[in-house]
Ligand binder design. Structure first.
Ligand SMILES: *[C@@H]1O[C@H](CO)[C@@H](O)[C@H](O)[C@H]1NC(C)=O
Ligand SMILES: *[C@@H]1O[C@H](CO)[C@@H](O)[C@H](O)[C@H]1NC(C)=O
Ligand SMILES: *[C@@H]1O[C@H](CO)[C@@H](O)[C@H](O)[C@H]1NC(C)=O
Ligand SMILES: *[C@@H]1O[C@H](CO)[C@@H](O)[C@H](O)[C@H]1NC(C)=O
Ligand SMILES: [Zn+2]
Length: 431
């Protein structure tokens, strides 16, 4: 049954992503992220994932051992339904300070995009990334001239080929990993980490996150952070990418306010996930798209959605790599481009020291992003082009850059009449 689950995960992701379209480039506002990459030391995430320094006196089971495997949500459908009480308490605390918008859970529509009956998904109140609405603070574009390289859904069938290629070319990348896949492919996880690549969050079971309740979102993100934290010497991931690029103000707020995660989407989509699907894309079609993007404008820079799902999807990256170089793109992992060149919330990279929560260097609230005019700026490497500011009469949510000072955080007036939460249709129960 476990084997069945691991086989079904990529299948599900392939099927359900069918209706995705590539995301347009932004012509919006570029904002500089703060140089300080640590969150304030009163951010809740530091109380939830405490390990710091070389050791905290605890013994952590070896990655891949039975003890390690059995500590994580298991069994079909590998649901992360059970969450530690302290995560729930942190969520409730965020809700109490009105940091989590009270909007309906989206309706799941099978392979089609989630919907919000009676609501505009592009409105500031919902701002669904599936409908290409950009939430302030979310990252869609790379800085001018840069191509931020990342792979989703690992560890997976394409991971071995990918890691071999990256190692040969000494090319760092960001892996948005699925927590339950890490359990099943610990060797590929460890290899990617040891190579120095950023390990980021792609949820535990790869659902459309907007169709999940607050508690379910908590479990999907929390368990994935937990396995990365406990298996990398205490590193707390800094970035997450929602499966299918499906996030809204609610899911993004839970990620940011409870776990300190910044959301990264993309601005071009190869559709490489469908190379192995009937009626899917072809290497020729990807070649054509890649050629267009790689020989086109360098402003903004590129974040191309790619997957380590299959040897075919990896091959499409390998084929395009020389063209990336020939066109003088500056190639980097996403973390190297954004928010101060740090891969983790509490460590710069996979080798640097991990900072204990009670000794966070540079712990201070960073200035809130300031909306500028509509001109695009040629940002230096550490300036991420983040989402176009949604002008909202109701105020914009705080971002990871100005995470809460609980006593002073101005409560955004998200409160709306209770809509009655649509019950989350658990695709998990289909298994
Ligand atoms: C992860 O490590 C923490 C200590 O930092 C421990 O309390 C927790 O049980 C571990 N989680 C798992 C799933 O092993
Ligand atoms: C597209 O295919 C041509 C012909 O095989 C090849 O020379 C070129 O490098 C490919 N470009 C990309 C971006 O894959
Ligand atoms: C980011 O940090 C790495 C070391 O972790 C360094 O090699 C690289 O040059 C830095 N990149 C930028 C853009 O500062
Ligand atoms: C939080 O805000 C309160 C009230 O404005 C202030 O006294 C306190 O110093 C702030 N704490 C931090 C960590 O900024
Ligand atoms: Zn995915």
């Amino acid at each position: 049954m476990l084997t069945l689950t691991v086989l079904l995960l990529p299948l599900f992701s392939v099927v359900a992503a069918r209706n995705r379209h590539s995301h347009d480039h932004s012509h919006g506002v570029a904002k500089r992220l703060p140089d300080a990459w640590y969150h304030p030391d009163d951010h809740p995430v530091h109380a939830l994932f405490k390990r710091g320094g070389a050791t905290d006196g605890l013994t952590y089971p070896a990655v891949g051992s039975n003890e390690w495997t059995q500590a994580y949500p298991a069994g079909p459908p590998n649901s992360p339904k059970t969450v530690p009480a302290e995560w729930t308490a942190a969520l409730n605390d965020a809700i109490a300070r009105k940091a989590i918008p009270d909007i309906p859970v989206a309706q799941a529509n099978g392979d089609n995009n989630p919907s919000y009956p009676g609501h505009d998904p592009n409105s500031p109140e919902i701002c669904s990334a599936t409908y290409k609405c950009r939430i302030p603070g979310d990252i869609w574009d790379a800085p001018d001239g840069y191509l931020g390289i990342s792979f989703d859904d690992g560890p997976e069938q394409g991971s071995d080929a990918l890691l071999t290629f990256l190692s040969t070319n000494k090319q760092p990348v960001t892996h948005f990993m699925i927590g339950s896949n890490i359990v099943f492919m610990p060797d590929q996880f460890t290899k990617a980490f040891n190579m120095g690549n950023d390990i980021a969050v792609h949820t535990w079971t790869h659902p459309h996150m907007t169709t999940r309740t607050n508690e379910e979102v908590l479990g999907e993100l929390g368990w994935t952070i937990e396995i990365i934290h406990n298996s990398t010497g205490g590193r707390v991931p800094k970035y997450w990418r929602p499966p299918y690029g499906d996030s809204d103000v609610r899911t993004t707020a839970i990620a940011r306010e409870v776990f300190g995660l910044t959301t990264i989407i993309w601005n071009q989509d190869t559709g490489d996930w469908s190379l192995t699907a009937k009626g899917g894309t072809t290497p020729q079609a990807i070649n054509s798209s890649m050629t267009q993007w790689l020989t086109g404008s360098k402003s903004p820079g590129l974040i191309i959605l790619e997957h380590e799902l299959s040897t075919e999807s990896v091959a499409s990256f390998v084929a395009a790599y020389p063209i990336m170089q020939q066109n003088n793109w500056k190639l980097a992992s996403l973390a190297q481009l954004m928010g101060g060149n740090a891969s983790y919330q509490n460590a710069a990279n996979n080798l640097s020291p991990v900072n204990p929560a009670n000794n966070i260097l540079g712990a201070k609230s960073a200035p809130a992003p300031v909306a500028s005019s509509t001109t695009k700026s040629a940002g230096p490497p550490n300036s991420a082009k983040v989402a176009a500011q949604q002008t909202s009469a109701k105020g914009s949510p705080s971002t990871s850059a100005n995470t809460p000072n609980k006593s002073s955080a101005a409560a955004p007036s998200w409160a709306k009449p209770p809509m009655g939460l649509l019950s989350a249709i658990a695709f998990l129960s289909l298994f």
